[in-house]
Design a protein. Structure first.
Length: 61
């Protein structure tokens, strides 16, 4: 049995929740893009649904 695939909106919501949990701010940046900044994270994304959860882990540990 395959795991249930998330819709694009569910993926966006999951990224928002993970950002909240990791204290990463999400701010609009340009036309439809987002800038994610937090402890060890500085990322520009065209769509939150396309952000890999591994990218939200601090670059330093």
């Amino acid at each position: 049995m395959q795991p249930k695939r998330l819709t694009m909106e569910q993926r966006r919501q999951a990224v928002r929740e993970e950002c909240r949990r990791r204290r990463i701010s999400i701010t609009p940046s340009g036309k439809g893009a987002f800038h994610l900044v937090g402890p060890g994270v500085d990322l520009l994304a065209a769509d939150l649904a396309l952000v890999d959860m591994g990218s939200l882990k601090p670059a330093f540990d």
